[in-house]
Write a protein that binds this ligand. Structure first.
Ligand SMILES: Nc1ncnc2c1ncn2[C@@H]1O[C@H](COP(=O)(O)OP(=O)(O)OP(=O)(O)O)[C@@H](O)[C@H]1O
Ligand SMILES: [Mg+2]
Length: 333
């Protein structure tokens, strides 16, 4: 079995912006660790997800893999070719889609696509046939292809960026939040397309970052969860969910005054991560028995009716919250 990507002990520091003109910078003291000792690999045919809150280092990692940034430490290999040694070959093997995709804004979508296709040596006819197919699958409105990029909606631009990346049959595809900002239907179109490509091209590897837990659950074989530049945990999604199961996830609903229940649960030491989700509350505890007596007193005192208290199976989001103490959805707002 071949590895599409092997990342070994990679670290990256940036100069701390606040220290731009200080002596500390001259002395090389104040550096910011954006990526710290990160290692993982992606097999051929695999979609690997990297999840983590804003600023945890996902895009920095992807920029290093796409030869746009030089790592301070560690090594990166793409199908056996090493970054720093075989960069020209590597650039032909990879393609990246990011939220800030670069286009010629005044040129049309088609002109941007054909420009990229020429760089990769594709003929106009081949490009036309292939791009029609891809844009169809992404449900991109055909009559927009001859509009300047700057006149396309953000979601439409994102679809053109995705189509452009998949056009040239790259061997490693780096998708940095490919569906952020897309409407639910477009999101599904893109996910369906990614799945289809992986079925057809068995030797491709995909690295995908996302803030959407359902997306990771739907697309990825394995994931890494990053926080502050480090990998907190990685592995198969099912296995990660099992890890959380020992902690036990509960959901409670009462007929009214849900905030009172929320405040009560938040103060209990044996309970972690109390989250309000509309009229329900979700929380984690290793021993529900320690809570029950006080909880029933609270309900009686406030004349609250318990609609249910049940143990629920953990979602990928629960794994994330327990490991990082942060909610991805809160980060996005
Ligand atoms: N060129 C740079 N110079 C200085 N600091 C940088 C630079 N690029 C990134 N950083 C910092 O490195 C950290 C990681 O940024 P990065 O863009 O990798 O995060 P991210 O995980 O992709 O976040 P998001 O989910 O918001 O896209 C951030 O604190 C950011 O400010
Ligand atoms: Mg990013």
């Amino acid at each position: 079995m071949k590895y599409a990507l092997v990342v070994k002990n990679v670290s990256k520091q940036f100069d701390d912006a606040d220290q731009k003109f200080s002596f500390k910078k001259i002395l090389n003291k104040d550096k910011f660790n954006a990526v710290i000792d990160v290692s993982f690999n992606i097999k051929e045919g695999e979609i690997f997800g990297v999840l983590g809150p804003n600023g945890c280092g996902k895009s920095t990692l992807i920029r290093m893999i796409s030869t746009l940034l030089v790592p301070d430490e560690g090594s990166i290999k793409i199908f056996g070719k090493e970054i720093g040694k075989d960069d020209a070959v590597i650039r032909n093997m990879i393609n990246r889609v990011s939220v800030e995709a670069a286009f010629f804004k005044k040129l049309t979508a088609w002109e941007n696509i054909i420009y990229a296709a020429r760089l990769y040596g594709l003929s106009k006819e081949d490009t036309k046939k292939k791009i029609d197919e891809i844009l169809d699958e992404l449900n991109f409105p055909k009559n927009r292809i001859n509009l300047p990029m700057e006149n396309l909606s953000r979601g439409q631009q994102q679809k053109v960026a995705i189509a452009r990346a998949f056009l040239t049959s790259p061997m490693l595809i780096l998708l940095d939040e490919p569906t952020t900002g897309l409407d639910p239907k477009s999101k599904m179109d893109v996910q369906k397309f990614i799945k289809k490509v992986m079925k057809e091209r068995k030797n491709v590897g995909i690295l995908l970052t996302t803030h959407d837990m359902n997306e990771a659950d739907n697309l990825c074989n394995r994931i890494s969860i990053m926080s502050d530049g480090k990998i907190m945990v990685q592995g198969k999604i099912e296995k990660l969910k099992k890890k959380v199961h020992v902690k036990d996830v509960y959901e409670i609903k009462t007929d009214k005054s849900i905030m009172r229940v929320y405040n009560f649960l938040s103060k209990i030491k044996t309970i972690e991560n109390v989250l309000r989700d509309g009229r329900k509350i979700r929380f984690y505890t290793k021993n529900i028995n320690l809570v029950l007596a006080d909880l029933s007193k609270l309900l009686a005192r406030n004349k609250l009716k318990l609609i249910y208290l049940k143990s629920v199976s953990p979602s990928l989001e629960d794994v994330f919250i327990i490991l990082t103490g942060k909610s991805l959805e809160q980060d996005e707002k």
